[in-house]
Design a protein around this ligand. Structure first.
Ligand code: SAT
Ligand code: MN
Length: 594
């Protein structure tokens, strides 16, 4: 084994690597430097093994996963805190000692016949005091390539290992190879999948899946589950939120953070092209925000990531030109279809599919086929720096000041297009009461409504009742005028024929304009039982026919909504902070009159 750069300033890192070698027994060990040459040679290796298909887009590759390994697996995801109470009622929990034993058994010899890659990486801009570092050990070259895009990975990241703290993460596809045994194209071990977090140790163990959030440990495992625990302990927020900059025609700029569940349009909103002349939206992040108070008493946010892992189906030049430009090169595609001329295709890209396609299952696919050519959770992995609307402040060491926070989900009825909370406490209640129709980003029944507070249900690394309390507490740390204003949005209302009432995409700027104005105390509004609703929106150039439906508070439906909230909040029993108990009671009074 060649140690070609200096780890000697971090003995814990060395022993983590050595212990993992001893446990997993890999054939080779590769310390990743993060160079272009290293990336290119791994791509070549995967192409030679038929595990990747080189596309005609420059430096871009297509992967087909195992059909059983296509999304996050929440059922196998655990928060193993010392006390069960600290994982809370919404996380799976096993006693840490028992889980460690199980993991050690699973990981013992699991990398036999494979190369173990050691990836030092940094979440957040180099030199930022908001950034944090990790080491992922993996036996999947696909994961190495993905982490090289999604994080600042390699030799340079090691310089950030100040103070010795780092988050160790061990990942294995869970398929050791005997001598001479041939590998499959997408090794994984669905029967033994486990995605485990030890919040007190700040460590991650992931076994059996090679896909997305299960395997790219910097993303959901570190930047949300472990980071939410760090944030609780250190007094900041680690959130499942996009960050965007919005500039009005007078050149005034504000930053907004928005939490929507997976596959509900975060990437689309952060990369949108405004349809209103003079308004501009720029991208800081599309999935995760780390927010801290600065000396001026305001919240500042960074995007800890360096790439985008976005949903492919539905993306087109008409609706998402910035994404289309971003993925024109240096991009990994997973589970989309392959065209005859070595390009990629997915449902929604063009109205008609091309004549000859190979589906994500590797089969010939013909027009009119009942099953989609691309998987619903097919993804692109692409460098965020390639996005044409990247904000100039993307790498600001201090982050950007947040003026507004948006919550939302996919709701075909009940929830209006936009409304504003009465204050911070009521805003925290809005975040806690988010529910959304399920998408293909995680295993489970599509379309089914589920509560997903703050869009963090699958990502909160501790008791969600305590998480609500943490949010309430943050609101007491500064004066009300410095706190971001809180809004709830829903782009997804449908009419009785199942057609969307709101066009979405670039037209969402009309909603953002209202939010922008409200942050300055401007914009028309009226008080309703659920919050402040706009009296109207800027509908210049767009039919306003549906607007009254979109901005309607339907009291009978809200009575049902309140009842469902009561049932959901009951899950937390005594762990629900009094502030939210009060907010729910007040909402009920305003809706039901008692
Ligand atoms: O968790 S993933 O990174 O696979 C995508 C998501 O669910 O947001
Ligand atoms: Mn996400």
């Amino acid at each position: 084994m060649k140690w070609d750069f200096d780890w000697s300033n971090n003995p814990q890192a060395i022993s983590f690597v050595q212990n993992t070698i001893f446990l997993c027994k890999p054939k080779n060990v590769h310390l990743c430097e993060g160079t272009k040459e290293e990336y290119a040679s791994l791509c070549q290796l995967l192409v030679n093994q038929n595990k990747a298909i080189a596309l005609k887009r420059p430096n871009s590759y297509l992967f087909f996963s195992d059909p059983e390994d296509v999304a996050r697996v929440e059922g196998c995801t655990y928060i193993c805190s010392k006390e069960e109470r600290d994982a809370g009622p919404t996380n799976h929990w096993v006693q840490p000692k028992l889980m460690k034993k199980k993991l050690k058994d699973l990981f013992s010899g699991c990398m036999q016949g494979r190369t173990m890659y050691v990836l030092p990486y940094c979440m957040g801009p180099y030199g930022s005091d908001k950034a944090k570092v990790g080491i992922e050990i993996t036996d999947s070259p696909y994961v190495v390539l993905s982490m090289a895009i999604m994080t600042r990975m390699g030799k340079r990241a090691l310089q950030e290992f100040r103070g010795g703290f780092f988050v160790p993460g061990i990942h294995s596809v869970g398929v050791p190879l005997k001598k001479g045994e041939a590998d499959v194209l997408w090794p994984c071990n669905p029967k033994n999948r486990l995605i485990v977090h030890f919040p007190e140790e700040r460590s991650i163990w992931s076994f059996g899946s090679g896909y997305g959030g299960n395997a790219l440990l910097g993303k959901k495992c570190f930047a949300l589950r472990i980071a939410s625990v760090l944030a609780r302990d250190e007094g900041w927020l680690a959130e499942h939120m996009l960050i965007l900059g919005i500039t009005n025609p007078q050149g005034k700029k504000k930053y907004i953070a928005a939490a929507f569940p997976s596959s509900c349009g975060k990437t689309n909103l952060a990369t949108m092209t405004s349809t209103l002349p003079g308004w501009k939206v720029e991208l800081i992040g599309d999935d995760i925000a780390w927010m801290k108070f600065a000396k001026d008493g305001r919240f500042y946010a960074i995007n800890p990531e360096y790439g985008m892992f976005g949903v492919m189906p539905g993306i087109s030049m008409r609706d998402n030109p910035n994404i289309m430009h971003t993925i024109s090169k240096n991009t990994l595609f997973t589970n989309v279809a392959l065209t005859k001329d070595r390009d990629v295709w997915w449902e929604g890209l063009t109205e008609k599919p091309p004549l000859h396609l190979t589906s994500w299952l590797g089969e010939r696919w013909i027009q009119g086929s009942k099953t989609p050519a691309a998987h619903l959770n097919a993804r692109f992995t692409t460098p965020i720096r390639q996005c044409p609307n990247l904000d100039p402040a993307f790498e600001n060491l201090d982050g950007v000041p947040i003026s507004a926070i948006l919550f939302g989900g996919r709701r075909s009825s009940t929830v209006p297009l936009v409304y504003q909370s009465f204050n911070w406490k009521h805003g925290v209640f809005l975040g806690a009461s988010v529910s959304s129709e399920r998408t293909a980003a995680a295993e489970g029944a599509l379309g089914k409504l589920r509560h997903d507070p703050f869009s963090m249900l699958p990502f909160c690394g501790y008791n969600m009742g305590d998480y609500f309390a943490h949010w309430l507490k943050m609101g007491t740390k500064t004066s009300a005028d410095k706190l971001p204003k809180i809004f709830y949005v829903n782009w997804f209302q449908k009419d009785t024929n199942g057609k969307f009432l709101w066009p979405g995409f670039g037209e969402n700027i009309r909603v953002l304009q209202w939010i922008f104005e409200r942050c300055d105390g401007e914009g028309s509004f009226e008080k309703t039982p659920i919050g402040f609703l706009p009296k109207t929106l800027n509908m210049q150039g767009l039919s306003a026919n549906n607007l009254s439906k979109l901005l309607h508070v339907d009291i009978p439906l809200w009575k049902k909504e309140v009842q469902e909230m009561e049932e959901f909040f009951a899950v937390f029993e005594g762990d629900l902070p009094q502030g939210l108990v009060d907010e729910l009671r007040e909402l009920k009074k305003r809706i039901c009159g008692s």
